[in-house]
Design a protein around this ligand. Structure first.
Ligand code: MN
Length: 424
């Protein structure tokens, strides 16, 4: 295990108990201060650390890369350097912010240029997203949705256990946490009617997902083997794939989701590296029937990450409506990437590959409203007496996630979105 994962490490920057961002995390993101251009950052506790400002203090000198990659509005150029450099930067940060290292700790003036309270900065999209794929890799979710849209006997399609089902999504509408989204309008067809109608969706939903960000480009025609796949994965983020179920239902046959899915997808701002998540690797479920050789993998590629959904109604306290785990995916990220590229489809740095909604076995772990309320037939009751069948205007949906073991907690922060009324 990498020494940056040592649970005993402490930083001279204050980290509150239960923080998602101890010195062992060291995620990567893009931040902006008022009136300043965006640039790269990491975070310890509630302190933002400017990697660009650090590089001007010669922190990353002689590391074999141009530290100007941190002075960009997205992380793509830094990520493209490769995992080796990402690792070097994390090691350098881990040493510099160690409680015993006086170099920056005792330099008051330098600290003023490098460190900023989290409440004084705005977080931005961490990467420029080229392409986005949404998988459908959780068996419970696929079963629940198949039961709702078809029937229990045919819930899983015949291909589901042979390949990681997915669709090509849209990257232009992927936005950073905190960006409000207007209720989309579109075509729907009520079961009682023979003709479609047009208007704001009546079945707005969220999907709790974890996505990986591609860290290494490939050439057209060259598949990524399953053994090499992790080398192409930089890190993970939380992903809320907002969905308009009534639009989705009417449009989706035969070519899959379209306008019901691409009006806004929300990501958390910090990319958590696989290096930081190393202590949380676990084996996945046994896969039966056996998968084809190109999807057969060695080692552990599932991660034990607790993930949650909170709902906040206007003027109310937030309420947790889902508690589940990333380990519940059937197809893991190396299988997803090997499958995505097996036909020679090329990938680019900054591409997002999302897991699909992650549900567990019991209703408290269902990662979408359509599952939780059985397609709106059993409303969720909230502590203030109100109920929800789907998401209403001015509701806020918050995803959170963290891995925790032996006193070490590596968290994702949150991906939050408030729904605004449909535009006129
Ligand atoms: Mn999805």
């Amino acid at each position: 295990m990498d020494k940056t994962n040592n649970p005993d490490l402490r930083s001279w920057i204050e980290v509150e108990k239960g923080s998602d961002f101890p010195i062992q995390n060291l995620p990567f993101g893009i931040f902006r201060r008022p009136g300043k251009p965006p640039s790269a950052a990491t975070r310890i506790g509630d302190t933002i650390i400017s990697l660009h400002a650090l590089s001007t203090h010669s922190c990353f000198k002689d590391k074999g890369f141009d530290p100007d990659v941190f002075n960009r509005p997205v992380l793509n150029d830094f990520i493209a350097l490769g995992k080796l450099f990402g690792r070097k930067v994390r090691e350098c940060l881990s040493a510099l912010f160690n409680e015993d290292n006086p170099l920056l700790r005792d330099d008051t003036q330098a600290k003023e240029e490098i460190l900023f309270p989290v409440q004084d900065v705005e977080m931005m999209m961490p990467v420029k997203v080229g392409d986005y794929t949404d998988f459908y890799s959780n068996e419970q979710h696929a079963t629940n949705l198949g039961t709702i849209f078809r029937d229990a006997a045919n819930a899983l399609n015949p291909n589901w256990k042979h390949l990681p089902v997915g669709y090509h999504g849209r990257s232009s509408s992927i936005v950073i946490s905190g960006t409000p989204i207007h209720r989309p309008k579109g075509q729907t067809k009520p079961d009682s009617s023979s003709f479609p109608e047009f208007g704001p969706t009546r079945q707005l939903d969220y999907e709790l997902e974890v996505a990986f960000i591609a860290g290494k480009a490939t050439l057209l025609g060259e598949p990524v083997s399953i053994a090499e796949a992790e080398d192409h994965i930089f890190g993970l983020i939380l992903f809320n794939d907002l969905s308009a179920r009534d639009i989705q239902k009417w449009e989706t046959i035969p070519l899959g989701p379209f306008l019901g899915k691409d009006f806004g997808s929300i990501v958390s701002p910090w990319i958590i590296t696989l290096d930081a998540l190393e202590p949380f690797r676990i084996p996945g479920p046994e896969q039966q029937p056996p998968v084809l050789p190109y999807l057969s993998f060695k080692g552990n590629h599932h991660f034990d990450i607790h993930i949650e959904v909170y709902l906040q109604l206007p003027g109310q306290k937030e309420v947790r409506v889902c508690s589940t785990n990333y380990k519940n995916i059937y197809w893991n990220m190396v299988q997803q990437l090997a499958h995505q590229t097996v036909n020679g489809c090329n990938i680019n740095v900054g591409d997002i590959y999302s897991s699909g909604t992650i549900s567990g076995m019991d209703p408290g772990s269902y990662g979408s409203m359509i599952e939780l309320t059985r397609n709106g037939t059993r409303p969720v009751r909230l502590p203030d007496g109100s109920e929800r069948r789907f998401i209403e205007d001015h509701d806020t949906i918050i995803l959170r996630g963290y891995a925790e073991k032996n006193g070490l907690r590596i968290g994702f922060g949150e991906a939050s979105v408030t729904i605004l009324p449909a535009k006129d």
